[in-house]
Design a protein around this ligand. Structure first.
Ligand code: NAD
Length: 328
């Protein structure tokens, strides 16, 4: 098949070229997919997209006219896809349900450890020749209570990691997992989890039910000084409410790998530009906030697995009319 690959970076080419072999013809596009750039898929049977590409009704209508039959996500989350519109346009949506949950879970744990021991501040200080310890005081993870919201592949992996540190692990999920219970995870209602946890880490998908799951009311229920980690999708937290939570001290540490308005910022070098997003810039002023630019998935293991499954989705679709991992 001819495949237009949107939002391509050098690392995407590297791993996709290795996985594709001689099977399909990949047309790499740097452009992000929007209704303005959908036309670039002209001549393609399928398109391949990433997390901030907009697979909305207008785009899908354009794809239908162009003859595109498959949209293959290089990602697990599909909150950027209008599934009803895809059904109406008879375009198949495929994704990579599980590539390396450990990549994201390990990144969440890296944020926890960095914030807890102020590694982000210590790094800058030592490079300036400042070896003072004031302001770097941490706390032991052993004995802490960690609340995990969403114990799917990534949440369960983080639960195992935090168990390894000797933490008590609580969880909230609309579908509790007996395997997690068997290694010592205790399921509670969300409000109870928030009230009991020293660290809250979010691992549910972004859906209408989880949009702003962590809002002002949820923050009120949290333990004073708790750590909040979000490596899932930005809009699961109400960022302004979280900024207020940091100002009042309810949120003692914040670690983000995702941000509500990240589409305008992440994956690009903006170091020469004035960032116009005041909420994002406010977050960066706090010493107890650590933000990474959606890099939880970014390990060589994960990229190789994403590329292989994406190509397998395409090959299966070409041969049978069905992708291996369709989103329905
Ligand atoms: P998964 O489908 O295996 O697990 C999601 C879990 O969330 C499931 O157990 C589900 O029951 C639960 N859930 C669904 N709705 C819920 C709700 N309303 N309240 C509580 N729990 C709910 O997904 P996963 O592979 O573990 O990935 C989780 C999320 O991580 C993805 O949806 C994606 O948004 C994000 N992600 C981020 C990165 C990154 O680079 N930062 C990479 C991959 C995935």
């Amino acid at each position: 098949m001819d495949i237009a690959v949107y939002s391509t970076k050098s690392y995407d080419r590297q791993f996709m070229d290795t996985a594709v072999g001689k099977g399909h013809k990949l047309h790499y596009l740097e452009a992000r997919l929007t209704s303005d750039t959908a036309v670039l898929a002209r001549g393609s049977d399928a398109v391949c997209v990433f997390v901030n590409d907009q697979v909305n009704e207008a785009v899908l209508k354009e794809f239908k006219v162009l003859g595109v039959r498959l949209v293959a996500l290089r990602a697990a989350g599909y909150n950027n896809v209008d599934l009803d519109a895809a059904k109406r346009q008879e375009i198949t949506i495929a994704r990579v349900p599980a590539y390396s949950p450990e990549a994201v879970a390990e990144h969440a744990s890296a944020l926890i450890l960095s914030l807890n021991r102020n590694i982000h501040r210590a790094y800058a200080r030592v490079r300036e020749g400042n070896f003072a310890l004031e302001g770097l005081l941490g706390f032991n993870l052993q004995g802490c209570t960690v609340g995990i919201v969403g114990t799917g592949r990534i949440g369960a992996s983080l639960a195992r990691i935090m168990k390894g540190y000797g933490c008590r692990v609580l969880a909230y999920d609309i579908n509790p997992d007996s395997a997690c219970v068997s290694f010592g995870v205790t399921y509670l209602a969300l409000g109870e989890l928030l009230a009991a946890s020293d660290i809250v880490s979010l691992h549910c998908p972004l859906t209408p039910q989880t949009r702003h799951l962590i809002d002002a009311a949820a923050i009120e229920k949290m333990k004073h000084g708790a750590m909040l980690i979000n490596t899932s999708r930005g809009a699961i937290i109400d960022t302004l409410a979280v900024v207020n939570g940091i100002k009042t001290g309810v949120i003692g540490h914040l670690g983000l790998d995702v941000y509500e308005e990240e589409a305008a910022l992440f994956f690009e070098d903006k170091s020469d530009e004035v960032i116009g997003d005041d909420v994002f810039e406010r977050l960066l002023t706090f010493p107890n906030v650590l933000v990474t630019g959606h890099q939880g998935f970014f390990t060589s293991d994960a990229l190789a697995a994403i590329a292989e499954t994406t190509i397998a989705n395409m090959t299966s679709f070409e041969k049978s009319g069905r992708a291996l991992h369709e989103v329905t």
